[in-house]
Design a protein around this ligand. Structure first.
Ligand code: IVH
Length: 669
């Protein structure tokens, strides 16, 4: 065997092994990027020496994502893939290859589009009506996901405008916007379920759901970018295709650009900021604009020659986990942070990464000394995906949650049914500092001119011990601090003075009671109207309030029972901080005795406005659907609450229905 043949055989064996580890064992030992490089090397080798291609070569595998449970659909034309350029030089090389195939005087222009990191979807319209939706499958045959796709609001069920072909087959990509994915996870947390890690896999699972109500409850988005087939032929160019798709009512995305100049196009590729995108992309796609030239260039394997994917550098890396540090948050929660052997990742050197929580460490069996896969996705901080189990030596150390607080050595506890471990000492110096930082922050009492550094300076100099001490600061105190000139100090004092008069809900939220966010703070103000009254309340009384569960009620009672916190209230009162809440003035009683649950986004009312309206008309708003719920008010992207209401036969209102009920006391028919 020649050296080259031996090398090809070696690559094939390696890739087979990695495929098996990834797909069957679910224990990869290399990153996706490294896998791509191996596959790429083999592809290049086989392209140069076609006689080396064997039928069992991993390059001959036609990818398929079909699922056995779904009916199959034959595609109108093969659903092609794309060749990759892993750097700018390879984009230049692509242009060279393309130019050589065309006559010397051919002028090329280009369209650049985001490479959406989602799932391909193929949509068929007849007479402007969506009749079928299918996944890519093996490129010839895909899964029929029509029912589920009909729930995606960015996909038109009927085309807009005039002039669409009687038969139209469109290709696009289904994904979660970053913000929507966070929402999905937030809901998982609310329901006490595990969160999803990978947006693309979650989108895939959502699209292939058997119960389309589940799909409907999750906010998927679809972008389209190609016409596969059309009665009367394809538009003359890719740019024109995008314009027409937009005019027919599809979501096309704002980042496509048309270039007549190749160099300008390359500058766009180089300067593109993937982190600024509202959805995940794994590269940019460069397409020859002219449809005629595209078809003249043809296809090699399953990749059209007239387009190339410029892939961003991999955002994954493997490095060694050197240790784990527990960071103390303001509520005392200990968050494990990975200390890593520095590694270059997506343009920056990464030394630390999130480990989320201790339960996840156990679940993933991450140990100190492990080689770990670290990932940076979008704008989030890097996180540890998991250990490379194949690299274990046996010398790795198990990670256990600390038994005492790393800052104050107090006892650490985990409450039943909760994931978090926390420091039990409310006077823990780190907790105190973080609480004061939170107290002055923008969403809380909004003391302008005081940030993390300032708070640490004041604490360090002994000028404050708690939040209330801020209100007794004098000009001279501040002038002695490094970086505080007269003007700055005066502004800060003025800002502290203003903060005394913030609404009560802001003050309650700013106290940093575990689980008490702004919505709960409002609820508490509506019920108690004064901080002193709230401070006296009992567990029984708190649990009677709709929207306050037993865990939160306990946290509230516990907070007010701590002598340090009682002392803080006394001090806040003494310095003249507002503790009085405004009563909600009733506007009518058309909703008296009725309990509502809100879900999804309403067209004009914010969630708080809708709640306030209901309360002002004598109704109650609660957080979860039960047999006692009278109405569910559902908006765009309504979630599991809607599904639950449907299963309990609870009437569902939209915004107009709610307003009508308020006005007339009757449901619309
Ligand atoms: S064009 C001939 N454009 O990337 C048409 N594909 O790695 C070939 N993708 O399977 C595809 N965004 O699912 C094209 N703007 C875009 C894309 C895009 C994402 C996906 C597509 C394809 C994969 C290839």
């Amino acid at each position: 065997m020649s050296d080259i043949a031996a090398h090809a055989a070696e690559l094939r064996a390696q890739i087979h092994d990695h495929n098996y580890r990834y797909h069957v064992l679910n224990l990869p030992i290399i990153t996706d990027g490294e896998y791509d490089r191996l596959l790429r090397e083999l592809l290049d080798l086989e392209a140069a020496h076609p006689e080396l291609i064997t039928p069992d070569s991993p390059t001959q595998r036609v990818g398929s994502d079909t699922s056995e449970d779904l009916p199959k659909v034959q595609h109108a034309a093969p659903i092609l893939s794309l060749g990759n350029a892993l750097n700018i030089e390879e984009v230049f090389a692509w242009r060279e290859r393309v130019s050589k195939l065309l006559t010397a005087d051919t002028q090329l222009d280009y369209v650049v589009e985001p490479k959406f990191d989602g799932l391909t979807i193929v949509l068929t319209y007849e007479d402007g009506v969506l009749v079928r939706a299918a996944t890519r499958g093996n490129g010839d045959m895909g899964d029929d996901v029509t029912t589920n796709v009909r729930t995606i609001r960015t996909i038109p069920l009927r085309l807009q405008g005039e002039g669409y072909p009687t038969r139209l087959v469109v290709r696009g990509e289904v994904l979660f916007l970053k913000a929507d994915f966070q929402l999905v996870n937030q809901r998982q947390v609310e329901m006490g379920l595990p969160t999803y890690v990978n947006a693309r896999n979650t989108a895939s699972g959502t699209l292939k759901q058997k119960d389309s109500r589940v799909t409907a409850s999750r906010p998927l988005t679809a972008f389209v970018y190609a016409i596969i087939d059309a009665e009367g032929g394809l538009p003359p160019s890719q740019w024109e295709t995008l314009q027409r798709l937009k005019a027919w009512g599809f979501l096309v995305g704002d980042h496509a650009r048309h270039f007549t100049d190749f160099e300008a196009m390359v500058e766009y590729l180089k300067g593109f900021n993937r982190d600024s995108m509202p959805y995940e992309i794994d590269g940019l796609v460069v397409k020859v604009n002219s449809t005629a030239i595209q078809s003249e260039l043809g296809v090699v394997g399953k990749d059209p020659r007239g387009a190339i994917a410029y892939k961003f550098p991999s955002q994954e890396a493997i490095t060694t986990l050197l240790g784990v540090e527990a960071n103390v948050g303001r509520t005392g929660v200990l968050t494990p942070t990975a200390l890593l052997e520095p590694v270059f990742l997506g343009g920056v050197t990464v030394k630390q990464a999130s480990l989320h929580n201790y339960d996840l460490i156990t679940e993933k069996d991450i140990r100190i000394g492990d080689r770990v896969i670290v990932k940076r996705s979008g704008d989030v901080i890097p996180y540890v995906v998991g250990p490379v189990l194949g690299s274990r030596t046996g010398d790795e150390e198990m990670i256990t949650p600390p038994a005492t607080c790393p800052v104050c050595q107090s006892e650490v506890r985990q409450d039943e049914g909760e994931v978090a471990y926390y420091c039990t000492n409310s006077a823990c110096p780190e907790r105190v500092a973080r609480n004061i930082e939170f107290f002055v922050s923008r969403g809380a009492l909004d003391i302008v001119g005081l940030g993390e550094r300032g708070v640490r300076q004041l604490l360090g100099e002994g000028l404050i011990q708690d939040e209330a001490d801020l209100f007794s600061l004098k000009l001279d105190d501040l002038l002695n601090l490094e970086g505080f000139a007269e003007k700055k100090a005066e502004n800060l004092l003025a800002s502290i003075e203003t903060a005394k008069q913030r609404p009560l809900a802001r003050l309650i939220g700013a106290l940093g009671i575990r689980g008490v966010g702004w919505t709960t703070a409002e609820l508490l103000v509506n019920h108690y109207h004064h901080l002193d009254v709230l401070a006296q309340t009992s567990l029984e009384e708190l649990t009677q309030i709709d929207g306050i569960g037993p865990i939160m009620a306990q946290a509230i009672v516990d907070w007010f029972a701590v002598p340090r916190n009682r002392h803080l209230l006394d001090k806040l009162r003494a310095v003249g901080v507002n503790m009085q809440g405004e009563k909600v003035e009733p506007m009518g009683d058309s909703l008296a005795g009725l309990t509502f649950v809100l879900t999804g986004t309403l067209p004009t009312l914010s969630r708080d406005d809708a709640s306030a309206l209901i309360v002002q008309h004598g109704g109650k708003v609660t957080g979860s659907v039960s047999k006692k719920t009278h109405y569910v008010v559902a908006g765009e992207a309504a979630g599991s609450k809607l599904t639950k209401a449907q299963s309990l036969n609870i009437p569902i209102l939209d915004e107009a229905g709610l307003l009508h009920l308020i006005e007339s006391g009757q449901e619309t028919v």
